[in-house]
Write a protein that binds this ligand. Structure first.
Ligand code: AHR
Length: 647
């Protein structure tokens, strides 16, 4: 769709202009007649102001918008533990063939474990191989099946049927074609047992989400069922692991950390709905599941160890948020003895992450299959405690801070609201959800901030324009904001966009501006996904002295340098509808011949990417002849990253 056209420019520079930019930007064509003033960007490459935080860009996710269940966590069965409501058991359909007869009930008193003390009972009064009772699960808005691929089915079952037999199929919704099938005969007893089967698909014709799972009961009896799971191949073949496409998309963002497990998801609506990490580890049958704050039950398949393995797979570090005694509906615990169990829980959690096998919780982690401790430098105490209007945060924070620093003096502790009286936290977490115009106005917000106070973690930020994933206007707001964060990366140690994920099916979204959208089969990034990936990939280690004159009010930039690599990275954001001619005057280094230019552009602010048009707005690579003085025009509504080689 895009092609580069190189033309001679003023001075000794040849500029590669993307033809589509020229052709697709009528506003620019009209505006060019207005002859915008050239701006001058002066960069003193030998005068670094400060280092860039090596952990500036990271990730933040939580269970929102079906981010884990129905998203990153690869489980294909929806409601695998048969949570029920007044209408019955959602997402499970009893569908009898021929003259087969059965009812489905819920038994609150019988389950395979202490955590799962209930089950669904399929009471089959008539069934046969040719007329089975079918229990269907449609997955998370469908199930995606690859050809010639093994899917691992498991479930807990007990039955009074003699010689019970079951057939299990993966079926195409549209054609009825059986893509994979297996049979279990006489394998069941009257006590709870876990049964497994590998289902290997045949030559699946079209890769889509239009498939479902069928458990078929072939003869009469009462069948009690619990924890039905179907796992596809996962990223790096982790057992109980993650979807490969979403892991690859995160990896391409060049993150350095993962803030986990929330967000509101850490706190829960009520204290007993918090992320209670001890109930999220170990075999799935020992996880009771819990209600999340975004309106649905969490399977807790994404438990604490899975979060940590996710960081390991992306070669990044966790930023561990611990529950700090406040939940979203206002319940809170007063600092003092009542809080101590929660403080102890946080200390245990840190030990689970970092302790070796000689410690109680390090030994537990080793027993669960991960003997090596995980790296950990930052612990966050709570989430958005500025919303706790009872005023309890300061004393809650202090109790956690003292206990954690006593045992782990090297950990950096993050407060989620400014503290007024007691002492200085290492870092404060600031959150910004804004419109693009607000971010344009806030680009210099941190320029004059106090450098003697706590460091800043921008733990959640986003331009909220467009949904379910954000549009090009939002990407311009985000890119402008990132130039400000890079310039202030002596103060801002970390930053993470939120929310990261959304399942774009109807009903999948609770928060209307997100970065990566998907259904069961496909995924895509919002335009801002590409802006963020470029900004993180092309980031230097220091911020050189620079200044700009003559630029329009909607033009933003950042410069970082990597002396070891001999590279200068220029981020140029033209959020206006006029082209911005720019004269770059570089001193203190010489630029070699050719610079790489990455361009992101759309003709209007409301253009966007979708599942059907996933790369409508994506980076286009070109080059320009570079010298110590460069004249270059940044097209309207455009983000560019220039990679200059210096000597
Ligand atoms: O990112 C969505 C929500 O915004 C987070 O859960 C919460 O921390 C913030 O209010």
């Amino acid at each position: 769709m895009f092609s580069a056209l190189c033309r001679p420019a003023m001075l000794a520079v040849s500029v590669c202009v993307l033809t589509s930019l020229a052709l697709l930007a009528p506003a620019a064509t009209a505006a060019q007649t207005q002859a915008p003033q050239p701006a001058t960007l002066t960069v003193q490459a030998d005068k670094p102001l400060h280092a860039v935080s090596p952990t500036l860009y990271g990730l933040m996710t939580e269970e929102i918008n079906y981010s884990y269940d129905g998203g990153l966590y690869a489980e294909m069965v929806r409601n695998r533990t048969f949570t029920h409501d007044w209408m019955g058991v959602p997402y499970w359909i009893l569908d009898n063939a021929g003259d087969a007869e059965a009812t489905m009930k819920w038994d609150e008193t019988d389950g395979p474990s202490e955590a799962l003390q209930s089950s669904v009972v399929i009471d089959v009064t008539r069934a046969s191989g040719s007329a089975p009772v079918r229990l269907r699960n449609n997955g998370w808005w469908g199930m995606a099946l690859q050809p010639h691929t093994a899917y691992n089915l498991s479930f807990y079952l007990r039955t009074d049927a003699r010689a019970a037999a079951m057939r299990v199929s993966l079926v195409n919704d549209d054609t009825g074609s059986i893509e994979a099938e297996g049979t279990l005969v006489d394998a069941f007893g009257s006590s709870w047992g876990r049964h497994t089967m590998e289902l290997t698909t045949k030559d699946v014709k079209t890769f889509s989400a239009h498939n479902h799972l069928e458990l078929q009961f072939l003869n009469a009896g009462k069948y009690s069922l619990q924890l039905v799971s179907l796992m596809p191949p996962t990223y790096k073949n982790r057992a109980n692991g993650n979807r490969a496409d979403l892991m690859e998309m995160m990896s391409a963002m060049h993150p350095t950390f993962l803030r986990m497990p929330g967000g509101n998801y850490l706190e829960g609506n009520y204290i007993n709905e918090r992320f209670d990490w001890k109930t999220t580890i170990g075999p799935l049958v020992d996880r009771p599941t819990h209600r999340g704050p975004w309106g649905y039950q969490s399977s807790d398949g994404m438990g604490l160890l899975e979060f940590l393995e996710w960081t390991e797979d992306l070669k990044i570090e966790p930023v561990l948020a611990v529950y700090a005694g406040y939940s979203l509906k206002g319940d809170h615990i007063i600092a003092g003895p009542a809080m101590q169990p929660f403080v102890d829980d946080a200390l245990d959690e840190i030990e689970f992450v970092t302790g070796d096998a000689s410690t109680k919780w390090g030994a537990m982690r080793a027993k669960l299959g991960h003997p090596a401790p995980f790296p950990l430098h930052y612990v966050e105490i709570g989430n958005e405690d500025n919303l706790d209007h009872s005023g309890s945060y300061e004393s809650r924070y202090v109790q956690f801070h003292r206990a954690i620093k006593t045992k782990y003096p090297n950990l950096q502790l993050i407060a989620t609201a400014p503290l007024k009286r007691f002492f200085k936290p290492d870092v404060v977490d600031d959150h910004y959800y804004k419109r693009a115009e607000d971010f344009f106005d806030m680009v210099h917000y941190y320029d004059d901030a106090d450098r003697n106070g706590p460091k800043i973690f921008v733990g959640e930020w986003a331009t909220r324009e467009g949904g379910p994933t954000t549009d090009w206007g939002a990407a311009l707001g985000d890119a402008a904001w990132m130039t400000g964060m890079e310039r202030n990366s002596d103060l801002i140690v970390m930053a993470a966009y939120a929310p990261l994920f959304v399942n774009v099916n109807p009903g999948g979204m609770q928060w209307e501006s997100n970065l990566i959208g998907y259904n069961a089969a496909h995924s895509y990034g919002a335009p801002s996904y590409y802006a963020q990936s470029l900004f993180a990939q092309y980031l230097g280690t220091s911020v050189p002295t620079s200044s700009i004159t003559g630029a329009g009010s909607r033009f933003f930039y950042s410069v970082t340098a990597d002396a070891a690599k001999g590279t200068l990275y220029l981020k140029l954001v033209n959020a206006s509808t006029l082209p911005q001619p720019l004269h770059l005057a570089l001193s203190g280094a010489h630029v070699s011949n050719e610079a790489t230019v990455w361009t992101l552009h759309a003709a209007t602010r409301s253009e966007t990417n979708t599942l059907d048009d996933p790369k409508r707005i994506a980076p286009v690579k070109s080059s320009l002849k570079a010298a110590d003085a460069i004249d270059h025009t940044v097209p309207p509504l455009t983000v560019q990253v220039l990679v200059l080689t210096t000597r």
